[in-house]
Write a protein that binds this ligand. Structure first.
Ligand SMILES: Nc1ncnc2c1ncn2[C@@H]1O[C@H](COP(=O)(O)OP(=O)(O)OP(=O)(O)O)[C@@H](O)[C@H]1O
Length: 255
């Protein structure tokens, strides 16, 4: 396994008396898909929001390729190579698929100041190359507002890739998708992660997706890391089974 892209040590955050994230340690390597799972309220979103700078940790360290990013504003963290795909898709619905990716490329290359109307030829080839990678090239001229949900998620992946991320945070990437689309999206994410050496951290409620696509899994419960290992190790862990007992989630049913 290559050196960690993301290294998290003792990460902690409380809200009032609630220890939302409590002394959590983990690392993600280049090309690796790490799933962060846990029941509702376990601390997954709080953890994500500390990694992307939306929340400041009370304690702990977060480093990206050996550089501390704790306390940096979200924009700076994004610039350093932390991309994110959203549960609610973050594309501009009235713009075309290609324009959305061009906008992301303009922003990455710090040319967002140039008038977009005049700049519509900029990064067109790069945008099309990214769209090719996510199998959306043939829909480049459609406005995002008319796309099927699964297609929109692939555009969102291309938008995230435009920033050339070292770490990609995917917040429930397959929520709202049909089973076949879920498999396709996660296979695509895994392929891109390996090709580009991107570390991927994702949260997911669908255990089929987690066990089929994660290289490793970490489990939070009430803010604490209770298990980590391969999908098989985590599935067989009695503490993990106890946390999920009765939810049916460990057996592939909706939570
Ligand atoms: N801004 C906030 N103010 C107060 N409490 C919060 C806040 N954000 C989260 N919490 C609390 O922190 C705990 C962890 O919440 P968090 O949203 O991180 O869990 P989660 O694992 O993402 O849950 P879910 O799967 O339901 O999205 C919960 O008890 C939650 O109520």
């Amino acid at each position: 396994m290559s050196a960690a892209v993301l290294d998290v040590r003792g990460l902690s955050k409380s809200f009032g008396g609630v220890r939302a994230v409590d002394g959590v340690d983990f690392a993600v390597a280049a090309g690796e898909l790490l799933a962060l799972i846990g029941p509702n309220g376990a601390g997954k979103s709080t953890c994500f929001n500390m990694l992307n700078g939306q929340l400041r940790p009370d304690a702990g360290g977060v480093s990206l390729n050996g550089r501390s990013i704790v306390g940096l504003p979200p924009r700076r963290i994004w610039r350093l190579g932390v991309g994110r795909t959203f549960q609610i898709t973050a594309t501009f619905v009235s713009m075309t698929v290609r324009e959305n990716v061009q906008m992301a490329l303009l922003s990455h290359h710090r040319r967002i100041g140039s008038m977009f109307a005049r700049a519509s030829g900029l990064y067109r080839a790069e945008a099309d190359a990214l769209l090719e990678r996510v199998a959306m090239r043939d829909q480049a001229d459609r406005v995002c507002g008319v796309l099927a949900y699964g297609d929109l998620k692939r555009v969102e992946l291309a938008v995230a890739l435009a920033n050339d991320p070292r770490l990609l945070l995917m917040d429930e990437p397959t929520a709202g998708m049909a089973p076949r689309e879920r498999v396709q999206l996660m296979e695509l994410a895994a392929r891109l992660a390996r090709e580009r050496g991107i570390a991927v951290l994702f949260t997911e409620h669908d255990m089929d997706v987690v066990f089929a696509h994660a290289d490793r899994v970490i489990v939070l419960d009430r803010g604490r890391l209770i298990a980590s290992g391969t999908p098989d190790q985590v599935r067989a862990d009695p503490q993990v089974q106890a946390v999920y007992l009765g939810s049916g989630a460990m057996y592939g049913h909706a939570q």
